[in-house]
Design a protein around this ligand. Structure first.
Ligand code: CA
Ligand code: CA
Length: 330
């Protein structure tokens, strides 16, 4: 067993322990609340499902904290898709009444819409270049980066003839105004001038809206199109090759990434690139008493390894996509 494998073994035990904790929490809650079941069946099942989802979220935060500690122990601060948090969804049976499913999605491999405008209100040329190329790679011609920037920047002056501010949006039916502040959710993209449902679905796996800027793209988790967005010379073939190499052996040093033959001659610098992931979506789906509760919790892991929840959304469905790891509970 290699050092990393044995670490993953330890991690798995941690996962089991944490999961057991969730079961205990859930079981205790059921006992406590079952007295009142006859009073409000539906509402109670919903509340119980939500409480279990919060337990699942706490479990995922623990997993992410553990990953950080393991990284620190091994001396390599990196997050990659072969780490245990990223590999599977966890499935945990709850009594006879239901099941909890949890998946952790790292957001470090996506372009952050809010990077387009700096904290000082200026257009970030590195980010806008990446977005221009992402749109190009995805074949999205009807949507312009200037409209995205106008959505965020404070002023009401269109950046160019491709921009869009109140003047455009107030003409819409029903009319609305540009946000003129950072994206709170990627769903705001639906409102941007030029957006179509097809474009939106194409963009969704590659972009995110984080409450922080300048975090950088994690080259260990970047999607193919996001890798291509880093430089105009990166072809789809090159991105595929880089991903294959990364699956073979992840990048533990930015220089190792920059010295790839696929990047030679591009002059790409380490600016805006990283090996770590700071923001994650913890996706839980609790099926309890024949009712389903969905919860997506946005969590932030600091440079010191503290993990906290910054946002919760119970309106998203069908986000559990990974192969399940089933805990028997025995
Ligand atoms: Ca890690
Ligand atoms: Ca604006």
């Amino acid at each position: 067993m290699s050092a990393r494998n044995s670490q993953q073994g330890v991690a798995l035990i941690m996962v089991l322990l944490a999961m057991a904790l969730v079961v205990m929490l859930a079981a205790g809650m059921v006992r406590q609340q079952s007295l009142q079941v006859f009073k409000a069946g539906h509402y109670l099942a919903q509340q119980q499902g939500y409480s279990i989802a919060l337990g699942a979220e706490a479990f995922a935060r623990q997993v992410l904290k553990r990953d950080f500690e393991e990284d620190r122990e091994s001396g390599v601060m990196a997050d990659s898709l072969d780490e245990f948090w990223a590999m599977r969804s966890a499935v945990l049976p709850l009594d006879e009444n239901g099941v909890a499913e949890v998946q952790i999605d790292g957001l470090g491999g996506r372009l952050n819409l809010n990077d387009l405008v700096s904290a000082r209100g200026e257009v970030d040329s590195l980010a806008s270049g990446r977005f221009e190329r992402l749109l190009q790679v995805l074949g999205i011609t009807g949507l312009r980066v200037d409209a995205l920037i106008d959505w965020i920047d404070e002023n009401d002056e269109p950046l160019s003839s491709y921009g869009a501010e109140d003047g455009t949006y107030l003409m819409a039916q029903p009319s609305f105004r540009a946000a003129n502040q950072p994206f709170v959710s990627v769903t705001e993209l639906r409102l941007i001038e030029g957006m179509t449902e097809v474009y939106y679905q194409q963009l969704l796996p590659h972009v995110t809206a984080l409450p922080d800027t300048g975090i950088g793209i994690n080259v260990n988790t970047a999607t193919g199109p996001v890798l291509q967005s880093l430089h105009e010379n990166l072809t789809e073939t090159a991105a595929t090759t880089i991903i294959a190499k990364r699956e073979e052996s992840r990048f533990e040093d930015i220089r190792a990434f920059l010295s790839l033959p696929e990047l030679s001659g591009t002059g790409l610098s380490a600016t805006g690139l990283t090996l770590q992931t700071r923001f994650f979506d913890v996706v839980s789906r609790i099926t309890y008493d024949d009712r389903v509760v969905n919860l997506v919790s946005r969590v932030f892991r600091s440079a010191e390894g503290e993990v906290r929840t910054v946002h919760r959304d119970s309106g998203q469905k069908n986000r559990i996509t990974r192969e399940p790891y089933i805990f028997s509970g025995e």
